[in-house]
Design a protein around this ligand. Sequence first.
Ligand SMILES: C[S@@+](CC[C@H](N)C(=O)[O-])C[C@H]1O[C@@H](n2cnc3c(N)ncnc32)[C@H](O)[C@@H]1O
Length: 257
Amino acid sequence: MLDVGCGSGTLSTQTFTSYFESILGIDISEAKIEEAKRLNKCGNVVFELIDGYDFPVEDNSVDLITFATSIHFLDLKLLEKECERVLKPGGCCAAYAINWGDITGFSVEGTDWRQNRVLLNLIVEDFYVNIKAHPNNFAALRRNQQVYDQIQNSSKIKLQEMVREREMTLRQLKNVFSTVGDYVVFMKQEKSTTDPLEIFDKEIRQALKLENDLSDEHIILKFKEVFPIFVFTKPKVQNPTKFYERNCIYLRKSLYD
Ligand SMILES: C[S@@+](CC[C@H](N)C(=O)[O-])C[C@H]1O[C@@H](n2cnc3c(N)ncnc32)[C@H](O)[C@@H]1O
């Protein structure tokens, strides 16, 4: 298996270790690959730095290529050609990206759950605007539709979205966003402006009508993570839906486990 744009490898590459004999995670960022190597605990996973579209694997050698919140950064023409080269016949490419669904409820530690519907994706979108995120990040937030439209491979198909219910404190949620690459760069370059995570915090509190003096580690949010997923194969398969459903079972399992 090949994981393209693996980042630090912990969220995408390593979740598949029990399903494949060997896995290669590749990324354009030297810092991410260093981190991935440092955090890697699995004998069947290797990470490599790549620059461009020559994946360091042989022709017809890969069963599954994954793009976990990364395909929107890539040049699709070059990518499709390279995937065609390295996939085994009948092998499959799967691209998925996290979308932040609704906050469906919340509680302040020790109180009952309160129902509330807040569109977290909109607050995340605001955060991306504030950190001057790369424009392609917005494509991912819009279910990667633009990317899907550009894929030439006629076997492409959208699978049913995977939805995962989460519970996290507001502090934990902010920690997730504090590791976004564009945020780290923004905070280094624009030290004097308001911290975009403070705006993020404020917007969530306003939407939930929470007082500002409540500590974020005592605010527990119930929300959904939605993963739109699309796949394509090499070469054409007679019944793509059946084929994908069978081949993507491990993808679903690894996300839910
Ligand atoms: C949002 S992160 C996702 C990381 C990981 N897949 C995950 O799910 O946590 C996107 C990753 O894509 C990588 N990336 C961006 N452009 C790339 C390119 N042209 N080739 C390979 N990786 C790239 C970035 O360095 C970053 O690590």
